[in-house]
Design a protein around this ligand. Structure first.
Ligand SMILES: [Zn+2]
Length: 242
């Protein structure tokens, strides 16, 4: 039978491994919660889809003004042309010079008509293309939006479930930590912080399972026999015989 002090130390070191397991569990859950929260906060896909719909709508609105201007101008030109035709065909204008002036004005109006019509056609082509893109963009947004709505409900549920489990684990952790000598706990916390969350490493087949290096014979011997807390000479983790 080992002396009491030695049994106590072994107990503490073994229990530190239990603390390690609990801390890993807590850490995993905290990480899961952080991931869930990050996914909840990340609305970028939906925002991007909405921005695309808004950009198309803005462009369509933007095209509305020049479109109406060109259409209005064309209407005026056509009505002026119709008036001239009416006067020419009324037979009341017989003066050759006056007729010539009318023809000249008609040619002039034709040029103006082309000047208005060409940009209008360009606008109409763009509007037509945009209307197709608009339908597709709205559908895409709706699909992303409804998928996101369901995702949010799922994420909120899992955030709640994960968060509910944590307080009991923190309490368990506090109770467990209260049983350890402050020095052992301080070493544990320090190594844990420095070694990626793992302070205690099992020794299996003569190797530290924290850094995977084979322990020197004297170190291995020390872990097996000493009553002190032994740390791996390579990674500083607290060693526990498996
Ligand atoms: Zn090690």
């Amino acid at each position: 039978m080992l002396p009491l002090s030695e049994r106590l130390i072994m107990f503490i070191v073994k229990q530190l491994y239990d603390l390690q397991l609990l801390d890993w569990d807590i850490q995993d859950r905290e990480q899961s919660i952080a991931e869930v929260r990050a996914r909840l906060a990340d609305d970028s896909k939906r925002i991007a889809a909405k921005q695309r719909v808004d950009r198309i709508a803005a462009r369509l609105t933007e095209l509305g003004t020049p479109r109406r201007q060109h259409e209005g101008a064309i209407q005026q030109i056509e009505s002026r042309r119709a008036n001239i035709d009416k006067r020419i065909f009324s037979g009341m204008v017989t003066n050759a010079r006056e007729l010539e002036a009318f023809e000249e004005e008609k040619a002039n109006l034709q040029r103006q008509h082309s000047d208005e019509e060409d940009p209008l056609l360009e606008i109409l082509v763009e509007v037509e293309e945009l209307q197709d893109v608009d339908i597709e963009a709205k559908r895409t947004f709706e699909a992303i939006n409804s998928a996101r709505e369901s995702e949010i409900i799922e994420l909120q549920a899992s955030e709640q479930a994960l968060s509910q489990e944590l307080p009991a684990l923190y309490e368990q952790r506090n109770d467990m930590a209260a049983d350890y000598p402050p020095v052992a706990l301080a070493t544990y916390d320090l190594v844990r912080k420095r070694r990626g969350g793992q302070a205690v490493a099992l020794v299996e087949r003569g190797a530290c399972q924290g850094c995977r290096l084979t322990l020197p014979t004297n170190e291995l011997q020390k872990v097996r026999t000493t009553q002190d807390m032994v740390q791996c000479s390579s990674c500083t983790r607290i060693l526990v015989i498996a």
